[in-house]
Write a protein that binds this ligand. Structure first.
Ligand code: NAD
Length: 360
């Protein structure tokens, strides 16, 4: 059990480096860490979307930013050794499956080599540091299984994004066995979460942003794979898992090199269409979607995670059901589309609402 007071105490004044801080999950994590009293440093290649959650939350002014491609090992090492973080959350990635079909080399260079660069550069730190390396639920070789994948399930992929994340998992394990067992300062875990949704996502070819963009223009979004089952979870759920894991990893050397799934109870997953209908109801939209005939690349129909390890070792599980996730998301976009809203304050409000549920 981690009590709220210990959670805040642990993070107070910690130096935390986030790669991928300008993205969807990175901007939420940055905001949460600021609220916990951390000194946050961000490393990202660019601001990936327009609009951008990072820009809307005005995070540029609140933290120290480096704009760097993590494929540049030399410069990355310089930044990490200069900043001497206590904790690193590595989220930077080419994160869009469809883009991995047009940019296979970039996908592998960033997701696989880039992840190794972060860990290898951190291994030269002379202070203690815990790295939480974010990969993906897509790292599992998909067998369209009804039961959820466990951390020791077969890794692999049928697209370059999934393959690059599976490869990152394999390479980081090899790195652990080759170098990190003897390193007194650096500990790491890899984490695999899936289908993370929430306000502030503006990525292309993702369900929620595609829907919100279309509805804003009074257009009908095209829904692909309506019957696909996904382990939807609100962005705050896996982020809380990552934050909790960093605390446990700091205390417990035995977690070094371990992997964790962070997903909802695998018996309670929902289809794409169930989520679309929920958002439609909350935003009072009528018949406002159409269907895309066929996706032009391979996508899994069922993808479920077994997250019992995270429950056993960290007492982590998802807390929000689909209705609550829907409310969190639609409230966020309603406020966003209102003029002159302070999205930083509203995001903190949602974080505090979530914390109340976790620490009650
Ligand atoms: N969003 C999801 O549903 C989901 C699901 C599973 C795993 N993930 C993983 O979580 C992490 C964060 O996802 P997200 O949705 O916030 O992604 P995102 O696309 O919104 O953000 C990606 C971030 O990585 C940075 N980046 C990309 N290439 C880089 C490079 N070469 N060098 C430095 N920075 C680079 C971008 O600037 C941006 O800050 C990624 O590793 C992603 O693969 C996300």
């Amino acid at each position: 059990m981690v009590k709220k007071i210990d959670f805040y105490k642990f993070y107070q004044n910690k130096k935390v480096l986030i790669t991928g801080h300008t993205g969807f999950k990175g901007s939420w994590l940055t905001t949460w860490l600021l609220n916990l009293g951390c000194n946050v440093v961000g490393v990202s290649k660019n601001i990936p979307t327009k609009p951008s959650n990072f820009e809307n939350l005005n995070l540029k002014k609140k933290i120290k930013n480096y704009y760097l491609n993590i494929e540049n090992y030399k410069k990355l090492k310089k930044i990490i050794l200069k900043e001497r973080p206590n904790i690193i959350f590595h989220l930077a990635a080419q994160s869009i499956i469809s883009e991995s079909f047009t940019s296979p080399l970039e996908t592998v260079n960033t997701n696989t080599q880039g992840s190794l660069n972060v860990l290898h550069a951190s291994s030269f730190l002379n202070n203690k540091c815990s790295c939480i390396m974010i990969t993906s639920d897509k790292c599992y070789f998909n067998l369209e299984k009804k039961a959820g994948y466990k951390e020791n399930s077969l890794l692999g992929g049928q697209d370059m994004y999934s393959g690059s994340k599976a490869a990152a998992e394999i390479i980081l394990q090899a790195y652990y066995h080759s170098f990190l067992k003897k390193n007194k300062n650096l500990r790491f875990c890899t984490v695999r979460a899936g289908n993370v949704i929430g306000g502030g996502d503006w990525s292309k070819n993702r369900l929620i942003p595609d829907i919100m963009r279309s509805w804003k223009k009074n257009l009908k979004p095209k829904i692909k794979n309506p019957k696909s089952v996904r382990p939807w979870q609100h962005v705050l759920e896996p982020l809380f898992g990552y934050l909790k894991l960093a605390i446990f990893l700091n205390k417990n050397e035995k977690l070094n090199g371990e992997s964790f799934n962070f997903g909802p109870n695998f018996k309670k997953t929902y289809t794409v269409m169930q989520l679309v209908k929920l958002l439609q109801k909350n935003l009072n939209k009528k018949n406002s979607y159409s269907f895309k005939k066929k996706s032009n690349f391979h996508e899994t129909k069922i993808l479920k995670l077994n997250s019992q390890k995270a429950y056993k070792k960290l007492r982590w599980k998802t807390l929000l059901n689909l209705d609550q996730i829907g409310i969190f998301i639609t409230n966020w976009y309603k406020i966003y589309f209102r003029k002159n809203s302070n999205m930083y304050d509203f995001t903190i409000k949602q974080i505090k609402e979530y914390e109340k549920k976790t620490f009650n």
